[in-house]
Design a protein around this ligand. Sequence first.
Ligand SMILES: Cc1cc2nc3c(=O)[nH]c(=O)nc-3n(C[C@H](O)[C@H](O)[C@H](O)COP(=O)(O)OP(=O)(O)OC[C@H]3O[C@@H](n4cnc5c(N)ncnc54)[C@H](O)[C@@H]3O)c2cc1C
Length: 463
Amino acid sequence: MAENYDVIVIGAGPGGYVCAIRAAQLGLKTACVEMRETLGGTCLNIGCIPSKALLQSSELFEEANHKFADHGIGVAGLTLDLARMQARRAEVVTANVKGIEFLFRKNKVTWLKGRGRIAGPGQVEVNGETYGAKNIVIATGSESTPLRGVEVDEKRIVTSTGGLELDKVPGHLVVIGGGVIGLELGSVWRRLGAEVTVVEFLDHIVPGTDREVGKTFERILGKQGLKFRLKTKVTAAEKGEDGVTLTLEPAAGGEAETLKADVVLLSIGRRAFADGLGAAEAGVALDERGRVKTDAHYATSVPGIYAIGDVIAGPMLAHKAEEEGVAVAEIIAGQAGHVNYDAIPAVVYTWPEVASVGQTEEQLKEKGVAYKVGKFPFTANGRARAMGDTDGFVKILADAKTDRVLGAHIIGPDAGTLIAELVMAIEFGASSEDVARTCHAHPSLNEAVKEAALAVEGRALHI
Ligand SMILES: Cc1cc2nc3c(=O)[nH]c(=O)nc-3n(C[C@H](O)[C@H](O)[C@H](O)COP(=O)(O)OP(=O)(O)OC[C@H]3O[C@@H](n4cnc5c(N)ncnc54)[C@H](O)[C@@H]3O)c2cc1C
């Protein structure tokens, strides 16, 4: 045995690296295996961070192009240096992944570089060396889901990975899938000048999001220039000299038609990744979707082997993976690690942003829960008016009997930041009245949250 550890985490994404740091903080001798050249996983290298870097840059370009004039600012001769924008994206990623290396050194977590394989109970093999592990945590993440008939080359038919690295603004970008990643990257390239068409199988975008919010979102994105082909499926993609020809069919079946694209972004979702890990061989049970099965304490079917993050069930979100990373490290250390799945926010980082936590109206109706709704539009919020960003609203759902906040949905400026106080409200078991009676600074966007809480009892003040 090369060396023995208390914990070996396989995968250094937000689930794995956070788990490793927390385990080390708790005094456990910890190693983290990562086969990528850099730490940070999908999130830091090819996901959350680079996409947000491009969203930020492209939003500034959009503002300079279309919003500055309103403020009396002229910017004649505005140009786009895409190479610089992309270089900045890469710099942002580098700073972040180097930061994780620093955190590993600081916390004395050993990075075992290479592909990890579970060689047997309590054994992990990396580059031909076998390491002993009292506990193994699988945190191998996810990959883009493929689509039959649409062959990815990461140049003309790209996943989000290639979609983040385009060196030219496509004339026509067709996005397959109207989920979060497709809409964020679709927004980036539209702002930079592409014509963008989103093809979605369902009759609505952002599946799982509160429908009222989803409809408003679709309308706003439509106004910005995104085109939607709903209830439509892509059945084939043929690459030619001058781009890609997609075959589209109505989702319910019917006559096929073609659509030409310069670049196609395939973003129909992500699937658990456990290739080459030796999990199944070690007896670790997977579910029908290839995800590692765990109990409520992240234990797999094999004693001493745990799993967290995108590779297990639940929302595929970096902060969900992080929370699970902390929880499992604490469980391994004999503490009571726990994640409250009712209080996990989800954000779409377009502009306006869409953010939600807890139950949607559709879910409450399905469960037969009696609820009250409080809503407040940003058109009636002074700060939003000063910013010139009045699209959207805050919506709070509270239990009809107890007034406990059950869900919150925001579409509007900085919704991803605003949602935090409602995540906290749910975490603390707050009532809508608790939020309504809390003093909020003026003039702030957060006042729209307070007003929505007041509106639950029909006593909003500024509308
Ligand atoms: C374009 C895009 C944008 C996104 N934006 C957001 C966002 O804004 N907010 C958000 O919350 N989420 C976002 N996500 C999702 C987020 O990235 C994932 O939910 C998160 O990264 C999952 O973390 P994880 O630790 O489970 O796995 P991952 O981040 O996928 O990390 C797993 C790591 O394990 C490594 N690995 C796999 N197998 C082995 C092995 N056998 N040996 C060694 N190493 C191995 C992989 O190389 C990888 O680095 C985005 C994803 C994408 C693609």
